[in-house]
Design a protein around this ligand. Structure first.
Ligand SMILES: Nc1ncnc2c1ncn2[C@@H]1O[C@H](COP(=O)(O)OP(=O)(O)O)[C@@H](O)[C@H]1O
Ligand SMILES: [Mg+2]
Length: 340
């Protein structure tokens, strides 16, 4: 639908008019070194005056440029709508694996962190998937996910696909052999991040803070350790992704400063769901959803006592971290290390 609308727009409006309505078009033109083409014409007319060589450098012909602008406007305006509009997510219960009703209605607002706990195989990932696809009583759990209190129709569901939710899953696979710097720059460019240079640097510093072991901007992403690549993805999501919802499936033992990562993401006005067995993470959330037999069995508000115990848990956790690092560094484990 939207594609059709933008195709019509491009075919019937001069570049001037398109830029007025969608200023971001200027960036699109600059990306293809077309910033100087005449703006008082339709795009296909203006393109006639462009030397073929310029476009060939990008492997494009004139028709491709028109199509790319269309795709660009479709995705850009979607991203904007999604960000501006998501203020809350509501989970309306369906049924568990024993076909018992969930009887739950839970609304979560931006800035909230919700943890999801339960035995392996109980349905934690399933709940994350329901949120990811904005389930409308059409998944095995029969749950309904509302955005801003409303059901999501098929068109919106399709349009928001991939824009609403950033998912950090257990395995990160990098396909391209870029350096860390190139990887971040590419993302900044794709997402049209303003002040790209600054954001890329911030992102890099943050990823290093999160990762236990430092890495340089020139490191190839394929050579990062599990923890380092996880840290890079978290920093990337925090600084560059517009997605108002972040889903994290079990990041424990990834060799990163998990709590810092969590708060970093939460500060960016997002809704965060994290499935975890890690007490430090589970109790850092405002609420935790307890899953049993595929259903939401309980929702617990983190108590004051639990919040207080976080400090003690963090001390345990740091001790464990020191032990791990010493082991990794080939050192002997002494009684003194345990007392620290
Ligand atoms: N309410 C439900 N009804 C039917 N199947 C479910 C339900 N909840 C979870 N499942 C299924 O149970 C299996 C295990 O769930 P999963 O989410 O992978 O568990 P976990 O992440 O807690 O280890 C999956 O195949 C999932 O689709
Ligand atoms: Mg799982």
């Amino acid at each position: 639908m939207k594609t059709h609308y933008f195709m019509e727009l491009i075919n019937h409006q001069t570049l001037e008019e398109i830029i007025k309505a969608y200023p971001i078009t200027t960036d699109f033109l600059a990306n293809y070194r077309l910033e100087d083409i005449p703006k008082n014409q339709l795009l296909h007319q203006a393109l006639k005056e462009v030397e073929d060589e310029i476009l060939e450098d990008f492997g494009l012909d004139q028709y491709d440029v028109i199509e790319s602008l269309c795709v660009f406007l479709v995705s850009f305006t979607q991203a904007e709508t999604a960000v501006n509009h998501v203020a809350s997510i509501t989970i309306k219960g369906g049924q568990n694996k024993l076909n018992e009703a969930e009887n739950v209605e839970l609304t979560i607002f931006t800035g909230d962190i919700i943890s999801i706990v339960g035995p392996t195989g109980s349905g934690k990932s399933r709940l994350l998937n329901d949120i990811e696809c904005l389930a409308q009583r059409d998944t095995p759990t029969n749950r309904l996910i509302l955005v801003n209190g409303e059901e999501v129709d098929d068109i919106n569901r399709f349009e928001m696909d991939g824009k609403l939710v950033a998912q950090l899953s257990q395995n990160m696979n990098f396909v391209m052999d870029l350096t860390v710097r190139e990887f971040l720059e590419m993302h900044a460019k794709c997402r049209l991040t303003p002040n790209a240079d600054e954001v890329v640097s911030k992102c890099f510093e943050c990823a290093n803070l999160l990762a236990g072991e430092r890495f340089s901007e020139a490191t190839k992403v394929t050579q990062l350790s599990g923890g380092q690549s996880r840290a890079l993805m978290i920093a990337d999501t925090a600084y560059m992704s517009d997605s108002p919802i972040v889903l994290i499936d079990e990041i424990e033992n990834a060799g990163i400063d998990r709590r810092r990562a969590l708060f970093l993401l939460a500060k960016r006005e997002k809704i965060i769901f994290i499935s975890t067995h890690d007490p430090l993470l589970a109790l850092s959330a405002n609420k935790r959803i307890v899953i049993k037999n595929g259903g939401i069995a309980k929702i617990i508000e983190t108590t004051a006592e639990e919040k207080q115990s976080l400090e003690a848990i963090e001390t345990f956790d740091n001790t464990l971290l020191t032990l791990r690092n010493s082991l990794r560094g080939g050192e002997l484990i002494t009684a003194e290390l345990l007392r620290e």
